[in-house]
Ligand binder design. Sequence first.
Ligand code: DSN
Length: 408
Amino acid sequence: MKKDKKIFDLIDEEKKRQKEGLELIASENYVSEDVLSCMGSILTNKYSEGYSGKRYYKGNKHIDDIEVEAIERAKKLFGAEHVNVQPYSGSPANLAVHFALLEPGDKTMGMALDAGGHLTHGFKVSISGKYYNSLSYGVDENGYIDYDQVQKLALEHRPKLIWAGFSAYSRIIDWGRFRDIADSVDAYLVADIAHVAGLIAAGLYPSPVGIADVVTTTTHKTLRGPRGAIIMCKAELGEKIDKAVFPGLQGGPHNHITAGIAVALMEASTDEFKEYAKQVILNAQTLSNELSDRGYKIISGGTDNHLFLLDVFGTTGISGEEASTILESAGITVNKNAIPNDTRKPWDPSGLRFGTPALTTRGMKESDMVKIAQWIDSALKNSKEDNLKKIREDIKEFTKNYPIPGIN
Ligand code: DSN
């Protein structure tokens, strides 16, 4: 019996929500029991400011071994020259890269938020757009990155750093083309693979490692590890990156998370994980096709990865906020999302983002995606409480066959 009943009751409620619903947020996943064990372990008790063999505190013999193991596993899995596993999450990792490579006021260029980019790639309200002079590129009318526009903007503004990577883009990125653009203006190329790291690890999405100067990733999305991040870079930038993470930006690393990252990296190197990643993509393509067949407008017409964007306002007249609330009431969790050139505001945009990493971890396959598309369509067409309740109950029954690690 836990002493803090209030908090543990809330955790139980959250377990129930995860178990009985369909999780379609593209950046979420369910970690393995081994990863959960690391995160709930006594490693959280230890302070370890510094790096392996160069700590500011004693007693780090085992922590050093864990961190080195995580680094070696990341190097092997992604083919990286230098790896830092200490960033607390993706946003600090990206800020550390800016801090390492730029001076305040220098120019940084990234994909626009409504085109699928990320806040930390220079969006105006983020520190990356306030401390640095940022500009953004978009997508063409078909929803694909407009490389000619990226090249033109780069030549016109000569940024010192160019971000390639996304939060909501469903197509393959041509890392080589970005490399050429960066070289044409002598800029650093930084790839943010947070969303597709697991697909890259499985060899199902092209890797920017060895092409970009620096590659950042969170560890908790398709990679299916704990909430954390990794920075990979060319050997010559290693010292700058390490100094920017600590002491530049952070204090002691979260050792329980580092252990979880190490375990997740081992899991991601297995054949089982490759099968998983393949199914993630098949599921995303099936769900996107099923919704498209029912008349929903999918940005760029489909997906090459684990996610896609749906123009729900353009298709149904229901806004992103309203549509995501309706789906939540039906037991389906998604996030509202801006679509390219959105005329609506970020709080209530035109789109919904769907992703299949979490459902695939539960063991769902293409035939399940057909059912899920029917539920989504039914909820959006008839949002009366009795219909949403019926869907919610059907989903609760359906999910009984699909376990989540760590939830009975
Ligand atoms: N918030 C994450 C996502 O949902 O894509 C990115 O940081």
